[in-house]
Design a protein around this ligand. Structure first.
Ligand SMILES: [Zn+2]
Length: 72
């Protein structure tokens, strides 16, 4: 589960997310998807899910960020 460009480990959660969405295995650094911000949704306590949010959705990001901090 290494990045196809820099060969760094992309992490299990990102790898599974990329496979599920039929994307190339690319780490965050090499990703060209700079318009999306990833959040770990901890609402399901056993298995957090990666939530991708458009970077221009400022209000959504703010809400998610607050929810994220409250969860920890
Ligand atoms: Zn990489």
């Amino acid at each position: 589960m290494n990045c196809i460009y820099c060969k760094n480990c992309v992490g299990v959660e990102r790898y599974e997310f990329l496979v599920e969405t039929n994307r190339k295995i690319i780490c965050k650094e090499c990703s060209v998807e700079k318009k999306a911000v990833g959040f770990l949704d901890w609402s399901h306590k056993t298995a957090p899910s990666l939530v991708m949010v458009p970077a221009n959705a400022k209000e959504t990001i703010r809400i998610l960020d607050r929810a994220n901090r409250r969860a920890r």
